[in-house]
Design a protein around this ligand. Structure first.
Ligand SMILES: Cc1ncc(COP(=O)(O)O)c(C=O)c1O
Length: 351
């Protein structure tokens, strides 16, 4: 089963409260809420649900391709990036995948469903979960699919894309799936800005940065010959009309919002991390995304901290379900200033 944070509707039901009473730091969504104008644009397009959506999201593909200087047939639009995470192992893993742990758990599930065996490459707390790309390259035999999440969920560690690009182009016999779902929260240059190598797949999720996980919208970028290999297995109308319209709006009008999110995180994150680090028994992993991984050094474990925060209507992610982590770890995403302050106050009481 797929295990995720952000189960806000179910949690609200469980606590008999409204979703708006909860501060959800368990899912890694933008701290700034809805993109200005998106709501109005969706309401204006609502009558279009009376028609079938564009079969292949042609308009959205064209806008995305133009924006990132790609060819239209190098872009697929999907029902969230999840669609591609589950489609790729069957088409491209040969019979082996490499997963850099700890990371997003659906990569493993997708390999399991595709009957692809997984070689684990484990990062450790003692090295602050830093990935040594040369050591990783030592695992390559050719023909495998390597999953890399950059910045990584849940550690937030970011790999310099100049080095990652070199790794990819130096290892042409290995396929790389690079998940950039959280890259827009940083100022790191995307792999979309480099010439597209034949062995690279790039995932771009709209869920996190624009805060629209309920619409299900994501992109896959790869050479057209690679996309053609599994285009025959894609369902028609896989992306609903509202998601298509949202994507069209966001790609054309969302840049100022993304900039605002980055500026907000740049001012909010350092004092939040500093305050966390001053708490008893917490070690903060030095990540760069909109979320923060914490290690509890004392006797209090993450499930207990989670429960106590839940009493205060604050949701965090217990990281016990991530391979390579245990119940000493929890993850929190930054929210608005008020929510962050409430969380810090609550943690001060608990720890
Ligand atoms: C690293 C990572 N990739 C992909 C996804 C799936 O996102 P989407 O909503 O685009 O399917 C998630 C969701 O949590 C994620 O954390």
């Amino acid at each position: 089963m797929s295990i995720h944070g952000g189960n806000i509707i179910a949690t609200a039901k469980e606590l008999s409260c409204s979703v708006t009473d909860l501060i959800d730091m368990s899912s890694n969504l933008t701290p700034l809420g809805m993109v200005p104008g998106l709501n109005e644009s969706l309401v204006a397009g609502l009558n279009e649900i009376s028609y079938l959506p564009e079969m292949d999201s042609e308009t959205l593909r064209r806008i995305f391709a133009r924006k990132y200087d790609l060819k239209e047939d190098e872009v697929f639009v999907g029902n969230g990036t999840t669609e591609f995470i589950f489609a790729l192992p069957t088409a491209f893993a040969g019979n082996r995948a490499i997963i850099v742990n700890p990371t997003y758990s659906d990569y493993r599930l997708a390999c399991k469903w595709a009957n692809v065996s997984v070689t684990d490459f484990n990062l450790i707390l003692e090295e602050d979960f830093l990935l040594d790309l040369d050591r990783l390259a030592g695992e390559f035999r050719g023909g495998e699919l390597v999953f890399i999440c950059n910045p990584n969920n849940p550690t937030g560690r970011l790999i310099d894309n100049n080095f990652l690009y070199k790794l990819i182009t130096d290892n042409a016999d290995t396929f790389f799936l690079v998940d950039e779902s959280y890259l827009p929260f940083t100022r790191e240059k995307s792999l979309l800005e480099y010439d597209l190598p034949a062995n690279l797949f790039i995932l771009c999720s709209s869920s996190k940065i624009y805060g629209i996980p309920g619409l299900r919208l994501g992109f896959l970028v790869a050479r057209s010959e690679n996309l053609r290999k599994f285009s025959g297995q894609r369902k028609p109308w896989g992306v609903n009309r509202m998601a298509q319209l949202a994507g069209e709006y966001l790609l054309q009008h969302g840049d100022d919002y993304v900039e605002e999110v980055r500026c907000f995180l740049e001012s909010e994150r350092p004092p939040f991390v500093q305050a966390l680090a001053e708490l008893k028994d917490i070690h903060v992993i030095e990540g760069r995304a909109n979320f923060i991984l914490c290690y509890l050094k004392g006797v209090l474990l993450a499930p207990v901290v989670r429960e106590k925060l839940l009493e205060k209507r604050i949701m965090i992610r217990n990281c016990v379900t991530f391979d390579g982590l245990n119940d000493h770890y929890f993850r929190m995403s930054l929210k608005g200033s008020k929510g962050n302050m409430l969380c810090l106050d609550a943690l001060r009481e608990i720890l």
